[in-house]
Design a binder for this molecule. Structure first.
Ligand SMILES: [Zn+2]
Ligand SMILES: [Zn+2]
Length: 244
């Protein structure tokens, strides 16, 4: 027995079945950006474009998120991220695996790649939470060596949208020895939180240039646009998550 992280009752799992039922109900999501489709629809009805969904030549073929980035998952992710509770990874990965479309993507994947941290960041933190999640998703197909993150990872705070995309585009490379084996492969890229999607797109674009045939981004949590409550009520708030 253990204490459920959410309801703090004694339970069999670190997040109990009741809490998963309550807080992780699957919602229909856009297959390109993983936002709930209701939010995309509100956006489209206003005549705005939805950059992640309409950009030509996107490197990610499909994008899957288990939950919205909100209570209680934001707290669980923080605990996982700072290594407070590695045991959470199994439960959170279980939620990812059981999201709509995730199971077939994982079954068909030749490789499951956790989004890498740069060596410097990994050393600072001592821990890559996406690797912990991937261990429960990819088993033997997990690939931590082919995709490499550059050290010059600029902190995105304060950068505008164009700057973030530009910074992210140059953030990854393929390990030379891995190049011959990637052509034609199907890859599932794993991350904990997707906010703008810029980093995942950059990683995917790097894989695409190496000849990878199909890329699924599988994330635990998708950040919602700000003022979601207002958007839900009125349907006409600019969709900032897709434009920032
Ligand atoms: Zn609970
Ligand atoms: Zn979308």
């Amino acid at each position: 027995m253990t204490l459920c992280h959410v309801c703090h009752a004694w339970q069999a799992h670190v997040v109990c079945e009741d809490c998963i039922q309550t807080f992780a109900q699957p919602v229909e999501r856009c297959r390109r950006c993983a936002l709930p489709t209701a939010l995309c629809a509100a956006e489209q009805s206003q005549g705005h474009t939805h950059p992640l969904c309409t950009l030509p030549g996107l490197a990610i073929d499909q994008c899957i998120a288990a939950v919205d980035y909100a209570y209680p998952w934001s707290q669980c992710i923080a605990r996982l991220k700072f290594g407070d509770d590695v045991g959470l990874a199994a439960t959170l990965a279980h939620m990812m695996r059981h999201s709509p479309w995730a199971e077939p993507a994982l079954e068909q994947a030749d490789r499951v790649m956790p989004l890498p941290l740069s060596a410097q960041r990994l050393q600072e933190r001592g821990f890559n939470q996406t690797l912990e999640l991937s261990r429960h998703l990819g088993a033997k197909r997990i690939d931590t060596h082919s995709l490499v993150r550059l050290e010059t990872e600029t902190h995105q705070v304060g950068a505008n949208r164009e700057e973030r995309w530009t910074q992210a585009q140059h953030g990854f490379y393929i390990a030379p020895e891995a190049l011959p084996d990637l052509r034609g492969q199907r890859v599932v890229l794993v991350d904990d939180v997707m906010t703008t999607g810029a980093t995942l797109q950059a990683a995917a674009a790097t894989l695409r240039r190496a000849g990878v045939a199909h890329i699924t981004a599988l994330v635990l949590a998708r950040t919602l646009p700000p003022h979601r409550a207002i958007a839900d009520n009125h349907g006409h708030v600019p969709h900032r998550a897709c434009t920032s």
